[in-house]
Design a protein around this ligand. Sequence first.
Ligand SMILES: Nc1ncnc2c1ncn2[C@@H]1O[C@H](COP(=O)(O)OP(=O)(O)O)[C@@H](O)[C@H]1O
Ligand SMILES: O=C(O)C1=C[C@@H](OP(=O)(O)O)[C@@H](O)[C@H](O)C1
Ligand SMILES: [Mg+2]
Length: 196
Amino acid sequence: MSEPLLTVADSLKDRARAALGSRNLILVGLMGAGKSSVGRIVASQLAIPFIDSDHEIERVSRMTITELFAAYGEEEFRALETRVMKRLLKSGPRVVSTGGGAFINERTRRHIKKGGLSVWLKADLDVLWDRVNKRDTRPLLKTENPKQTLESLMNARYPIYAQADLTVLSRDVRKEIMADEVLKAVIEAQKESAAS
Ligand SMILES: Nc1ncnc2c1ncn2[C@@H]1O[C@H](COP(=O)(O)OP(=O)(O)O)[C@@H](O)[C@H]1O
Ligand SMILES: O=C(O)C1=C[C@@H](OP(=O)(O)O)[C@@H](O)[C@H](O)C1
Ligand SMILES: [Mg+2]
Protein backbone atom coordinates (compact mmCIF):
# COMPACT_ATOMS: atom_id res chain seq x y z
CA MET A 1 0.00 0.00 0.00
CA SER A 2 1.39 3.44 -0.86
CA GLU A 3 2.05 6.11 1.82
CA PRO A 4 -0.63 8.83 2.01
CA LEU A 5 0.49 12.11 0.43
CA LEU A 6 1.35 14.94 2.84
CA THR A 7 -1.27 17.68 2.81
CA VAL A 8 -0.07 21.24 2.09
CA ALA A 9 -0.62 22.14 5.77
CA ASP A 10 1.37 19.14 6.98
CA SER A 11 4.25 19.90 4.68
CA LEU A 12 4.35 23.52 5.89
CA LYS A 13 4.63 22.40 9.51
CA ASP A 14 7.15 19.69 8.71
CA ARG A 15 9.32 21.93 6.57
CA ALA A 16 9.31 24.70 9.19
CA ARG A 17 10.14 22.20 11.92
CA ALA A 18 13.06 20.85 9.90
CA ALA A 19 14.28 24.37 9.12
CA LEU A 20 14.24 25.35 12.79
CA GLY A 21 16.26 22.35 13.95
CA SER A 22 17.26 22.69 17.60
CA ARG A 23 17.07 26.49 17.61
CA ASN A 24 14.50 28.47 19.54
CA LEU A 25 11.99 30.63 17.72
CA ILE A 26 11.59 33.92 19.54
CA LEU A 27 8.74 36.32 18.83
CA VAL A 28 9.41 40.01 19.41
CA GLY A 29 7.41 43.18 18.74
CA LEU A 30 5.19 45.76 20.35
CA MET A 31 2.30 45.14 22.74
CA GLY A 32 -0.70 43.79 20.84
CA ALA A 33 1.31 42.42 17.91
CA GLY A 34 0.08 38.91 18.72
CA LYS A 35 3.31 37.43 20.14
CA SER A 36 1.58 35.50 22.94
CA SER A 37 -1.42 34.21 20.99
CA VAL A 38 0.30 33.53 17.65
CA GLY A 39 3.35 32.04 19.40
CA ARG A 40 1.17 29.45 21.11
CA ILE A 41 -0.30 28.34 17.76
CA VAL A 42 3.13 28.23 16.09
CA ALA A 43 4.45 25.99 18.88
CA SER A 44 1.51 23.66 18.60
CA GLN A 45 1.97 23.45 14.82
CA LEU A 46 5.65 22.65 15.28
CA ALA A 47 4.87 20.27 18.16
CA ILE A 48 7.51 21.90 20.38
CA PRO A 49 7.10 23.57 23.81
CA PHE A 50 5.69 27.08 24.07
CA ILE A 51 6.72 29.58 26.72
CA ASP A 52 5.53 33.13 27.18
CA SER A 53 8.24 35.07 29.03
CA ASP A 54 5.69 37.27 30.83
CA HIS A 55 3.89 34.18 32.12
CA GLU A 56 7.19 32.70 33.24
CA ILE A 57 8.08 35.95 35.04
CA GLU A 58 4.67 35.90 36.74
CA ARG A 59 5.13 32.27 37.70
CA VAL A 60 8.57 32.68 39.28
CA SER A 61 7.75 35.96 41.02
CA ARG A 62 4.22 34.92 42.01
CA MET A 63 3.15 38.43 41.01
CA THR A 64 1.39 39.83 37.97
CA ILE A 65 3.26 42.09 35.54
CA THR A 66 1.19 45.01 36.83
CA GLU A 67 2.12 44.21 40.45
CA LEU A 68 5.81 43.86 39.55
CA PHE A 69 5.91 47.26 37.85
CA ALA A 70 4.05 48.85 40.77
CA ALA A 71 6.19 47.27 43.48
CA TYR A 72 9.68 47.38 41.93
CA GLY A 73 9.52 49.62 38.84
CA GLU A 74 10.50 48.98 35.25
CA GLU A 75 14.24 48.67 35.84
CA GLU A 76 13.87 45.73 38.24
CA PHE A 77 11.31 44.16 35.90
CA ARG A 78 13.85 44.34 33.06
CA ALA A 79 16.56 42.73 35.20
CA LEU A 80 14.21 39.86 36.03
CA GLU A 81 13.16 39.60 32.38
CA THR A 82 16.82 39.32 31.31
CA ARG A 83 17.47 36.49 33.79
CA VAL A 84 14.33 34.61 32.79
CA MET A 85 15.06 34.97 29.07
CA LYS A 86 18.65 33.80 29.50
CA ARG A 87 17.42 30.66 31.25
CA LEU A 88 14.58 29.98 28.79
CA LEU A 89 16.91 30.22 25.81
CA LYS A 90 19.59 27.88 27.13
CA SER A 91 18.08 24.89 25.33
CA GLY A 92 15.80 24.38 22.39
CA PRO A 93 13.80 23.99 20.33
CA ARG A 94 11.07 26.09 21.90
CA VAL A 95 8.81 28.90 20.83
CA VAL A 96 9.36 31.81 23.20
CA SER A 97 7.01 34.78 23.07
CA THR A 98 8.63 37.80 24.68
CA GLY A 99 7.14 40.85 26.33
CA GLY A 100 7.33 43.92 24.08
CA GLY A 101 10.31 45.49 25.86
CA ALA A 102 12.52 42.40 26.01
CA PHE A 103 14.26 42.85 22.64
CA ILE A 104 14.78 46.55 23.40
CA ASN A 105 16.96 45.80 26.40
CA GLU A 106 20.52 45.34 25.17
CA ARG A 107 21.43 42.44 27.44
CA THR A 108 18.21 40.56 26.75
CA ARG A 109 18.62 41.20 23.02
CA ARG A 110 22.05 39.59 23.16
CA HIS A 111 20.57 36.45 24.74
CA ILE A 112 17.83 36.38 22.10
CA LYS A 113 20.30 36.76 19.24
CA LYS A 114 22.43 33.95 20.60
CA GLY A 115 19.49 31.75 21.56
CA GLY A 116 17.78 31.24 18.22
CA LEU A 117 15.85 32.74 15.36
CA SER A 118 14.04 36.00 16.17
CA VAL A 119 10.83 37.03 14.41
CA TRP A 120 9.44 40.57 14.59
CA LEU A 121 5.65 40.65 14.39
CA LYS A 122 5.27 44.12 12.93
CA ALA A 123 1.92 45.88 13.03
CA ASP A 124 0.62 49.37 12.43
CA LEU A 125 -0.64 51.64 15.18
CA ASP A 126 -4.36 51.15 14.58
CA VAL A 127 -4.11 47.36 14.65
CA LEU A 128 -2.11 47.47 17.89
CA TRP A 129 -4.37 50.04 19.50
CA ASP A 130 -7.51 48.14 18.62
CA ARG A 131 -6.13 45.12 20.45
CA VAL A 132 -4.51 46.65 23.52
CA ASN A 133 -7.19 49.14 24.46
CA LYS A 134 -9.54 46.32 25.43
CA ARG A 135 -7.44 45.32 28.46
CA ASP A 136 -5.66 47.19 31.23
CA THR A 137 -2.91 44.66 31.93
CA ARG A 138 -0.11 46.72 30.39
CA PRO A 139 1.40 49.13 32.92
CA LEU A 140 3.31 51.16 30.31
CA LEU A 141 -0.02 52.21 28.78
CA LYS A 142 -1.49 53.59 32.00
CA THR A 143 -0.93 57.15 30.85
CA GLU A 144 -3.20 60.10 30.06
CA ASN A 145 -3.04 59.38 26.35
CA PRO A 146 -2.23 55.68 25.90
CA LYS A 147 -2.57 55.72 22.12
CA GLN A 148 0.03 58.47 21.91
CA THR A 149 2.27 56.50 24.31
CA LEU A 150 1.95 53.49 22.04
CA GLU A 151 2.91 55.65 19.06
CA SER A 152 5.99 57.01 20.88
CA LEU A 153 7.01 53.45 21.76
CA MET A 154 6.60 52.52 18.09
CA ASN A 155 8.87 55.35 16.99
CA ALA A 156 11.52 54.52 19.56
CA ARG A 157 11.41 50.75 19.21
CA TYR A 158 10.78 49.94 15.55
CA PRO A 159 14.41 50.56 14.48
CA ILE A 160 15.50 48.07 17.16
CA TYR A 161 12.89 45.40 16.35
CA ALA A 162 14.15 45.70 12.77
CA GLN A 163 17.33 43.92 13.94
CA ALA A 164 15.35 40.68 14.34
CA ASP A 165 16.29 37.89 11.94
CA LEU A 166 12.85 37.84 10.29
CA THR A 167 9.90 40.21 9.98
CA VAL A 168 6.28 39.13 9.56
CA LEU A 169 3.51 41.68 9.06
CA SER A 170 0.85 41.26 11.74
CA ARG A 171 -2.46 42.15 10.15
CA ASP A 172 -6.12 41.81 10.90
CA VAL A 173 -6.40 38.23 9.76
CA ARG A 174 -7.04 35.11 11.83
CA LYS A 175 -4.30 34.14 14.26
CA GLU A 176 -3.94 30.78 12.48
CA ILE A 177 -3.09 32.62 9.27
CA MET A 178 -0.51 34.71 11.11
CA ALA A 179 0.98 31.49 12.52
CA ASP A 180 1.25 30.03 9.00
CA GLU A 181 3.03 33.20 7.88
CA VAL A 182 5.57 32.76 10.67
CA LEU A 183 6.16 29.15 9.56
CA LYS A 184 6.62 30.29 5.95
CA ALA A 185 9.13 32.94 7.03
CA VAL A 186 11.16 30.30 8.89
CA ILE A 187 11.25 28.13 5.77
CA GLU A 188 12.22 31.07 3.54
CA ALA A 189 15.02 32.10 5.88
CA GLN A 190 16.45 28.60 5.76
CA LYS A 191 16.30 28.54 1.94
CA GLU A 192 18.11 31.88 1.77
CA SER A 193 20.84 30.85 4.17
CA ALA A 194 21.32 27.56 2.26
CA ALA A 195 21.65 29.49 -1.01
CA SER A 196 24.24 31.96 0.26
N1 LIG B 1 -4.37 38.09 14.26
C1 LIG B 1 -5.18 38.49 15.25
N2 LIG B 1 -6.45 38.74 14.99
C2 LIG B 1 -7.28 39.16 15.95
N3 LIG B 1 -6.92 39.35 17.24
C3 LIG B 1 -5.67 39.12 17.57
C4 LIG B 1 -4.72 38.68 16.60
N4 LIG B 1 -3.55 38.52 17.22
C5 LIG B 1 -3.75 38.86 18.52
N5 LIG B 1 -5.01 39.20 18.72
C6 LIG B 1 -5.63 39.64 20.00
O1 LIG B 1 -4.96 40.84 20.38
C7 LIG B 1 -4.72 40.85 21.77
C8 LIG B 1 -3.23 40.98 22.01
O2 LIG B 1 -2.59 39.79 21.54
P1 LIG B 1 -1.36 39.14 22.29
O3 LIG B 1 -1.10 37.84 21.66
O4 LIG B 1 -1.55 39.20 23.76
O5 LIG B 1 -0.22 40.20 21.87
P2 LIG B 1 1.21 40.49 22.50
O6 LIG B 1 1.63 39.29 23.28
O7 LIG B 1 2.08 40.75 21.30
O8 LIG B 1 1.04 41.72 23.33
C9 LIG B 1 -5.32 39.54 22.33
O9 LIG B 1 -6.60 39.84 22.80
C10 LIG B 1 -5.37 38.65 21.12
O10 LIG B 1 -6.43 37.70 21.21
O1 LIG C 1 6.30 46.61 25.79
C1 LIG C 1 6.64 46.44 26.98
O2 LIG C 1 7.61 47.01 27.49
C2 LIG C 1 5.85 45.46 27.79
C3 LIG C 1 5.04 44.54 27.15
C4 LIG C 1 4.24 43.55 27.86
O3 LIG C 1 4.14 42.34 27.10
P1 LIG C 1 3.29 42.21 25.74
O4 LIG C 1 4.12 42.81 24.63
O5 LIG C 1 3.10 40.75 25.56
O6 LIG C 1 2.02 42.95 25.94
C5 LIG C 1 4.83 43.25 29.23
O7 LIG C 1 6.06 42.56 29.13
C6 LIG C 1 5.06 44.51 29.99
O8 LIG C 1 3.81 45.13 30.20
C7 LIG C 1 6.01 45.49 29.26
MG1 LIG D 1 2.26 38.93 25.28
